[in-house]
Design a protein around this ligand. Structure first.
Ligand SMILES: Nc1ncnc2c1ncn2[C@@H]1O[C@H](COP(=O)(O)OP(=O)(O)O)[C@@H](O)[C@H]1O
Ligand SMILES: [Mg+2]
Length: 246
């Protein structure tokens, strides 16, 4: 599970100091999928960077499965907004990349399987330049899931996609979460996405980020949830909490 305990994050010092989080606490249980929404620039990405072991907090602690995060962990994967594919590597090689960096060999079957789960079978030897934007994002997701992470951190992985492609990938993430059983933290600025994919939704304040509200969302978990009155009411509630500030 994920624990943020009174976390503060600061960039720079003195008069140029930028505080990206202050006294932020959040608990995500094992196998829970929690969405994070908040105004642009409030510190969402910074919080994920701390959990990924890429940034040190200035105060407080981030813990994963009870251990303080002190660097990159093998059981944590991060998906960024731009899938971060290497244009000179094929779909298969891009999907294998994180495993290769971790020095995990004999991973051919796992890469094949995850590409299959993301509907990319048959595209293994294509290059990113030959893919649609939605396919590129799916390769980025495949790369992270090939690691079989216990914790999956997602930073707006469906931003700037057309609405049909976005919904398709949201459905895929829901299915994969139910099949693979990871603990997930999904940052998004899309209220519908937060309600579709968050068992709970943490609303961050404007910078420096702290949690202003946690919205329970027990209806989440099926594709049919989207469009129900309960779903619409949660979206409306989130919009109200954020006050149009995002
Ligand atoms: N490397 C950095 N150096 C200085 N300031 C940064 C750096 N990265 C982010 N910031 C600042 O920290 C604040 C939070 O950024 P970020 O975590 O990216 O917010 P969000 O993801 O919510 O949009 C912003 O004001 C941003 O300008
Ligand atoms: Mg961000």
């Amino acid at each position: 599970m994920i624990e943020l305990a009174e976390l503060s994050i600061a960039y720079g010092r003195g008069p140029s100091k930028v505080s990206a989080a202050e006294g932020l606490s959040l608990f995500v249980d094992s196998y829970e999928l929690v969405a994070v929404v908040g105004p642009s620039g409030c510190g969402k990405t910074s919080v994920l960077m701390v959990l990924a072991g890429l940034l040190r907090p200035s105060q407080g602690q981030a813990r994963i499965y009870g251990e303080e995060v002190r660097g990159i962990r093998r059981d944590v994967a991060l998906i960024l907004q731009d899938a971060g594919l290497l244009p000179w590597k094929t779909v298969w090689q891009n999907a294998e990349l994180a495993l290769r960096i971790q020095g995990q060999k004999d991973s051919r079957e796992r890469v094949d399987e995850v590409l299959h789960q993301l509907g990319l079978t048959g595209f293994e030897s294509r290059f990113p330049g030959e893919l649609s934007e939605g396919m590129k994002r799916r390769v980025g997701i495949a790369r992270a899931l090939a690691l079989q992470p216990r914790v999956l951190l997602m930073d707006e992985p469906m931003a700037n996609l057309d609405s049909l492609t976005r919904e398709h990938i949201q459905n895929l993430i829901l299915t994969l979460w139910r099949e693979m059983g990871f603990t997930g933290l999904l940052v998004t600025h899309d209220m519908e996405e937060a309600v579709f994919l968050g068992q709970r939704i943490a609303v961050f304040s404007p910078r420096p980020a702290r949690v202003v509200e946690i919205v329970d969302n027990p209806g989440m978990g099926t594709v049919e949830y989207r469009g129900t009155p309960e779903f619409m009411a949660k979206v409306a509630h989130l919009r109200e909490v954020l006050g149009g500030s995002s």
